[in-house]
Design a protein around this ligand. Structure first.
Ligand code: ZN
Length: 254
């Protein structure tokens, strides 16, 4: 008699344990299924391949433009010299840009060097591999504009913003980093042209300093007012472009 009670008690406990074991097993299985589903989930998986193509699409305001088309138009300008770097790991990775949200202005930081010399430096990196560096454009002290990396490709210039910006490096005669008048005029011309084509305005033009806090372009970090004047000059030039009669504008849309 005395042994029955414990036996009954243990028999009653077993089904409860089994129930817990089963419930635990079910929870584990559901967890594994949910985990697998989450891991395999890829938003926009269907269109991912297209977005990586050669013709990235930029949505600027009411317009949709292909960056590759803007690049073609740029290549036809007689005031921009095409001296594209060879595709290489150190200065032109050949990575497609999918959007451009800002134009970043830099100074070369090497007083008295020409645009051609700076372009050669980028080019030599392909062999020396000493660092990663380049910019989409270089503007020389006589106002010459060199395009080194197409605007629809990543250049190594603005740190973590390389993926969605265009970079323009400017030469300068002295340590102060101030641009010559010719450099300045070309910078305004190029920047306003790009803003118009890409649906940007002068508020989208920033300094390397605004990305990382680096003193670049030096003169326009030390002289905030000169930077503001530059931006208003860009906006003024942009307003002139946008006020042009429709036929002249039409090239941009076509
Ligand atoms: Zn810089």
């Amino acid at each position: 008699m005395t042994t029955r009670t414990p036996q009954r008690t243990s028999r009653r406990k077993r089904p409860v344990r089994r129930l817990f074991t089963r419930l635990f097993g079910i929870v584990i299985v559901i967890g594994i299924i949910l985990g697998a589903a989450l891991l395999s989930y890829r938003p926009f998986a269907g269109s991912g391949g297209e977005a990586q193509g050669d013709l990235p699409i930029y949505l600027g305001g009411a317009r949709t433009v292909s960056l590759a088309e803007v690049q073609d138009k740029l290549a036809a300008l007689d005031w921009v010299k095409q001296v594209l770097l060879p595709v290489n790991d150190y200065s032109r990775p050949g990575t497609a840009l999918e959007e451009i949200n800002n134009i970043v202005v830099h100074y070369v930081g090497n007083p008295g060097t020409t645009a051609a010399q700076n372009r050669s430096y980028f080019s030599r990196l392909a062999d020396s591999g000493e660092t990663l560096a380049s910019s989409n454009f270089l503007i020389g002290m006589e106002g010459e504009i060199l395009e080194c990396v197409p605007i629809n490709e990543v250049a190594y210039c603005s740190n973590w913003r390389n993926e969605d910006t265009i970079s323009i490096e400017c030469c300068h005669p002295g340590e102060s980093g101030e641009f010559t008048n010719d450099t300045y005029d070309s910078l305004v011309r190029l920047t306003s042209w790009l803003c118009n084509e890409l649906g940007l305005d002068s508020s989208d033009v920033i300094r390397h300093y605004d990305v990382t806090g680096k003193e670049c372009p030096k003169y326009y970090v030390e002289h905030e007012n000169a930077w503001e004047v530059f931006k208003s000059d860009v906006q003024e030039a942009l307003d002139v472009i946008q006020a042009l009669p429709a036929p002249e504008q039409k090239g941009a849309a076509d």
